[in-house]
Each structure stands twice: as structure tokens, then as C-alpha cells.
Design a protein around this ligand. Structure first.
Ligand code: PMP
Length: 443
């Protein structure tokens, strides 16, 4: 039996219907931006460029020697210990390192690091923190969450509730708690039918209206700053983000930034909030936090929020903690990743990638199939004519790219390229040529 036969017999893959989906790629190893398939796979194994950073997590390339060494060194000391009543150097050092780089503003800084397991749990913890913050302060009526159209915050029940209603959430709708929705600044499909060249970010008024109507019952506004990811790769005008912060201040509610995707340089700044010079009250991090090595989530909060929990009254405690909280292996790799970030000047690499995509992807707007081209930092997005996530174009394109040795996974009719930051100019050029050739051939 081959690996694929054994996979087919026992594995339940995410987002894939086993019967009809193409066989999964049997990956044997990775190096830099490349994945290598098992020898038994076509043509004695193939070399494939990871054009989506293995679901947006990888930044320094696969199997990086420095990250491998950090992981091995930590494993030789302590692999894991519970984080209630214990602490360890990797967790403390990572917290210090994060606090030093997280967005700050005149009003506040993020000074408290809460660890969890992944992006969804980082969001769950943020939502619970926001609600209990108000509860502990005696404003128990503040239980409402405002989130945006097209939002995606994860696959657990709270994160699904906060996400836009979609194929991903529909079967579970009876279980989801209700949230209040506001417009997203989806300029290509402006909810108000306006044009970005002449508008005044009028879509922000929808958030303002919701805040005005629900005023004293709102706990927090939760957004994916600058780039709404799985909901369609929607790039924001930075003025919208600045406006969200202003409105949260004006109405006295917490702002939660879900930077699970955007954190650690993906949008060209270390954190997307920095595009607008703002800092949220709570930030959610995961994905590139560990450079794509291990699952880990961080929910960072201001001292003001932390203080609302600091009490000898046990009822005020934040009762949330996962078995693998602050896993030392993940912390050690995250620290090594931050070192690499500086050593390699990763932000400059993202800026070069952005310039390259601006020059070479933007002209594809001329193709009839391309409706919109959006580029932000290390993410290049082509919105194609199509009907959304279930559009058959997505899988067809993915198969065509794979034939050429490029791993891309369009979100239906939204095609995006989001490689590890270590991609070279030649590799980027090659990938863009494949994208161009495949799109030109689409019938
Ligand atoms: N928030 C955002 C913005 C995301 O993009 C994702 C994952 N795509 C999540 C949360 C959930 O993260 P995870 O898949 O690690 O649970």
C-alpha cells in the first residue's frame, strides 16, 4: 500500500471531501520555499514552490537550520510543562520580545501576553477576555460583539460566530451566538456603491450606526486589520482602520485586532495596525508567530484590561487555559524566528516582494478574467470573474498551477500569492509567469 492509499483509508482532511478531491500531495520534506514530494509520487518525487506559505504560516522557509537548532536545543531541556503555577524562560523571553514590538499608541500599549494553541483559540480568548473585562467591572450588560461583513476568525464555535455567515458556518448556525455586523471596506464591491477615488470612507458610518444604536451593550469591535483573509482577501484603506480605532474610543468600547494572518510582517509592517499608527486593546496572533513550525496562539492585552482581572476575588479570574499553553518548544522557535526576522531584515524582503508584485501582477488587470488586483506587503491578490468560494474555477486553477510546480489554493474566484519572505526575485518572477500563463489559458 502506498502512503496515499493509507491516507485514503484513514485520514479526514480539512476542507476536503475525500471522494471527489484530488489526491493530497505526499510531502516528504521541505527546504526554503520548496516542498518535495515522496519518491513514489509522480516522476519520482516533485519539487513544488509553496506559494501560500503552508496556509500563511511560513515566513523564513521550510526546515530552516536556525529554527531546527532552536527546537532541538529546547527539546533537550524541557519539552512541555503546565503553565498554571509554573513558568519557564522561553515563555517569559518571548513575552518580553513581543511586548517590545507590538503596536503602541499614545493611549495604551499591549503589555500582557496570554498564550494559547492556534489562531482560533487566540480569538476565543480575546472574545472571552473582552466580555469578562466588562463583567468584572460591573458593566454586565456589555456582551455584544460587533464584527464586519466578510470576516473570518477561525473554525471554533466562538470564532465562527464572529465570522461572517458562510458555507463554513451555516450548518452550525443554531449553535452560534449572534453578533452585530457592520460593513467592511470592500472597495471592489463597495457596500454603498461608491468609488474609492472619490469616497470619504463612507462605509465606516455603518459601524458608527451600530455603536450608536447598541451603545451601552457593546463589549468590543473585532476586526482583521488591513487584510480580511479567508473571507476574500480584502485589502483596506488604512483610513478605515484609523476610523475603527476612533469610533471605539468615542463609544468607549474595546477594539480587538485579529492579526493571526497579518502579524509578523505579512502586510509590510510588523503588525497591520501599524499601517494606521494605532494600537488595539487586544491583539490576536498565531500563524507566523512560530514561523510555521508549531501551533501557538497569543492574545495580548493592555495593562488596563489585565488589571480588571487582578483580584483576590477568584470569581474575577480568567478561567481559560489549554493543556499546551506556552509550550516551551513553540516559544523557543518563536524567539529564534524573531532573531531571524532581524538578522535577515525580513521587512525589507517583504517590501521588495511587494514592489515586484506591484510591477508584475498589476498589469494582469488587463486580462478579461481579472476583475481586481490588490497588493499589500507580501500578499498579491487577483479577484477573478466568478461566483465565490464554491466557484469551480478555484480547483481548476489550483490543478493547473500544481502541474507547473506551484502550490496555490484560490479561495474560489479569489486567487492569491503569499510566499515565504525568503523567496528570491527569480523565484517570484517564475511564479508570476506561471500565474500569468495559467490565467491567459483559462477558457
Ligand atoms: N483569524 C484569522 C484572521 C485567520 O486567517 C485564521 C486562519 N486562517 C484564524 C483566525 C484561525 O486560525 P487557526 O486556523 O490557527 O485556528
Amino acid at each position: 500500500m502506498t502512503l496515499l492509499d493509507r491516507d485514503r483509508a484513514h485520514i479526514w482532511h480539512p476542507y476536503t471531501q475525500a471522494q471527489t478531491a484530488p489526491a493530497p500531495l505526499p510531502i516528504a520534506r521541505g527546504e526554503g520555499v520548496f516542498l518535495y514530494t515522496e519518491a513514489e509520487h509522480k516522476e519520482n518525487g516533485r519539487k513544488i514552490l509553496d506559494g501560500i506559505s503552508s496556509w500563511w504560516v511560513n515566513i523564513h522557509g521550510h526546515a530552516h537550520p536556525k529554527l531546527n537548532a532552536a527546537l532541538a536545543a529546547q527539546a533537550a531541556k524541557i519539552e512541555h510543562v503546565l503553565f498554571a503555577g509554573c513558568t519557564h524562560a522561553p515563555a517569559v523571553e518571548l513575552a518580553e520580545r513581543l511586548i517590545a514590538i507590538l503596536p503602541v499608541s499614545d493611549q495604551a500599549a499591549l503589555t500582557r501576553i496570554f498564550y494559547s494553541d492556534n489562531g482560533s483559540t487566540a480569538v476565543e480568548a480575546a472574545i472571552k477576555m473582552a466580555l469578562q473585562y466588562w463583567h468584572n467591572r460591573g458593566e454586565i450588560q456589555r456582551t455584544r460583539l460587533i464584527t464586519l461583513d466578510h470576516a473570518y476568525h477561525g473554525d471554533t464555535v466562538g470564532a465562527m460566530s464572529a465570522s461572517a455567515d458562510s458555507l463554513f458556518t451555516r450548518a452550525f448556525s443554531p449553535l452560534l451566538f449572534s453578533v452585530t455586523r457592520a460593513h467592511a471596506p470592500y472597495c471592489h464591491r463597495c457596500p454603498l456603491g461608491l468609488n474609492r477615488a472619490s469616497c470619504n470612507i463612507d462605509c465606516l458610518s455603518s459601524l458608527e450606526q451600530q455603536l450608536a444604536v447598541h451603545n451601552h451593550t457593546v463589549a468590543a469591535v473585532l476586526v482583521e486589520p488591513m487584510l480580511q483573509g479567508a473571507g476574500g482577501m480584502i485589502v483596506w484603506p488604512r483610513e478605515f482602520l484609523a476610523g475603527v480605532r476612533q469610533l471605539c474610543d468615542r463609544y468607549g468600547v474595546l477594539m480587538i485586532a485579529d492579526e493571526v494572518l497579518t502579524g509578523f510582517g505579512r502586510t509590510g509592517r510588523m503588525f497591520a495596525c501599524q499601517h494606521a499608527g494605532i494600537s488595539p486593546d487586544i491583539i490576536c496572533l498565531s500563524k507566523a508567530l512560530t514561523a510555521g513550525y508549531l501551533p501557538m496562539g497569543v492574545t495580548a492585552a493592555t495593562e488596563n484590561i489585565y488589571n480588571a482581572f487582578l483580584s483576590d476575588d477568584r470569581a474575577k479570574t480568567f478561567f481559560h487555559g489549554h493543556s499546551y499553553t506556552a509550550n516551551p518548544l513553540a516559544c523557543a522557535v518563536a524567539i529564534a524566528s524573531l532573531d531571524l526576522f532581524e538578522e535577515t531584515n525580513a521587512l525589507a524582503a517583504v517590501a521588495r516582494l511587494e514592489q515586484h508584485m506591484l510591477a508584475e501582477l498589476t498589469p494582469l488587470r488587463e486580462l478579461q478574467i481579472v476583475e481586481d488586483v490588490r497588493i499589500l506587503g507580501g500578499v498579491g491578490i487577483l479577484e477573478l470573474n466568478g461566483t465565490g468560494y464554491l466557484d469551480q474555477l478555484g480547483p481548476r486553477l489550483a490543478a493547473a498551477f500544481l502541474d507547473r510546480g506551484l502550490l496555490l489554493r484560490p479561495l474560489g474566484n479569489v486567487l492569491y500569492f503569499m510566499p515565504p519572505y525568503v523567496i528570491t526575485e527569480d523565484q517570484t518572477q517564475w511564479a508570476i509567469e506561471q500565474i500569468s500563463a495559467v490565467l491567459r489559458a483559462v477558457k
